[in-house]
Design a protein around this ligand. Structure first.
Ligand SMILES: Nc1nc2c(ncn2[C@@H]2O[C@H](COP(=O)(O)OP(=O)(O)O)[C@@H](O)[C@H]2O)c(=O)[nH]1
Ligand SMILES: [Mg+2]
Length: 240
C-alpha cells in the first residue's frame, strides 16, 4: 500500500486561484489528496470546490462558518489527516506563492525527516515581488524568533511545509491556539523541542498575483507575544 499524502490548503476568498492551482497540485502525484479548509468565503470558493468534488474523489473540504484564522484551519486539517490515515501532511497557501512543483521535493525529503520546511531564507533571501516593508518585516520577525527561542530555523514563519503523521500525533493539537505566523512558529518550536528531525529546504516565494493578502497587524502582534510565551513555557517545563 503506497503512502497517503494530504495537501491542506486554507482558503478565504481564493476563487480566482483555485481553478488553476488544484489541477497543478493533483498533477504532481496520483496518490495526492487535497483538503480545502474554507471559512465561508464570500466569493463562493466553497461552492466551487464542492462542484469540483463531484468529479474528483481526491478533493475534500471542511467548511467553517466564519473567518477563524489560518492556524485553526490547519489544526482542523491535521485532525482530518490523522483520522483518515494520511502518512504525509503538507501545508500550502492557495495563491501560488508556494509552487506546486515543489511538492515532489517535499515528498522526497520527508523520507529522511520528520518535518520539512520550505525556506525562503536558507540560502539568502528567495522572495519575489514582495514590497520591501513586507520583506523586512518577515526577515526581522525570523531573526527575532531565532534570537528569543534559540530555535535553529531561518524561516520559522513560512507556511509551505510537510509533516510526517507521527509528528502531528505527538503534539497536543488542542493546545495549539495561535493563528497566522504565530501558529507556524508554535508548531516548529514544539516539533523542535520534541527532538524530531527538521530540515529547511530552499524554496522561492512569489507574492500573490490574484486576490488579497489576509495579513494584518493583529497577526504580527500575536507573533511577537507568542515567541516569549514559548520561551517562558519551555523554561518552566509547561510546554504541551
Ligand atoms: N480558512 C482560512 N484561510 C485563511 C485565513 N486567512 C488566510 N487564509 C488563507 O491562508 C493562505 C495564506 O494567506 P495570505 O493572505 O496569502 O497570507 P500572506 O501570504 O502572508 O499574505 C491563503 O491561502 C489564504 O486564503 C483564514 O482566516 N481562514
Ligand atoms: Mg499569500
Amino acid at each position: 500500500m503506497s503512502d497517503k499524502t494530504l495537501v491542506i490548503i486554507p482558503t478565504y476568498n481564493e476563487l480566482e486561484n483555485l481553478p488553476k492551482l488544484l489541477p497543478e497540485v493533483f498533477s504532481q502525484e496520483e496518490n495526492i489528496n487535497v483538503l480545502i479548509v474554507d471559512d465561508n468565503s464570500p466569493d463562493g470558493t466553497a461552492e466551487y470546490v464542492e462542484e469540483e468534488m463531484k468529479n474528483n474523489e481526491r478533493l475534500h473540504i471542511i467548511k467553517r462558518n466564519s473567518k477563524l484564522g489560518l492556524g485553526t484551519a490547519y489544526i482542523a486539517g491535521f485532525k482530518y489527516a490523522l483520522e483518515n490515515g494520511y502518512d504525509y501532511v503538507l501545508e500550502m497557501d492557495a495563491d501560488f506563492s508556494h509552487d506546486p512543483d515543489e511538492i515532489e521535493n517535499f515528498l522526497r525529503e520527508i523520507q529522511n525527516q520528520d518535518l520539512v520546511i520550505g525556506s525562503r531564507y536558507r540560502n539568502g533571501v528567495n522572495v519575489i515581488n514582495w514590497p520591501m516593508s513586507r520583506l523586512l518585516l518577515s526577515w526581522f520577525a525570523n531573526l527575532y524568533t531565532k534570537f528569543i527561542t534559540g530555535m535553529p530555523i531561518k524561516d520559522a514563519t513560512g507556511g509551505f511545509k510537510c509533516f510526517r503523521r507521527q509528528v502531528l500525533e505527538a503534539i497536543d493539537l488542542d493546545e495549539v491556539k495561535s493563528n497566522g505566523y504565530a501558529f507556524q512558529i508554535e508548531m516548529n518550536f514544539k516539533v523542535w523541542k520534541k527532538g524530531f528531525r527538521i530540515k529547511e529546504m530552499p524554496i522561492i516565494f512569489v507574492d500573490r498575483m490574484k486576490g488579497m493578502s489576509k495579513m494584518s497587524k493583529k497577526i504580527v502582534r500575536e507573533a511577537i507575544i507568542m515567541v516569549w510565551k514559548l520561551r517562558l513555557k519551555s523554561m518552566f517545563g509547561l510546554l504541551k
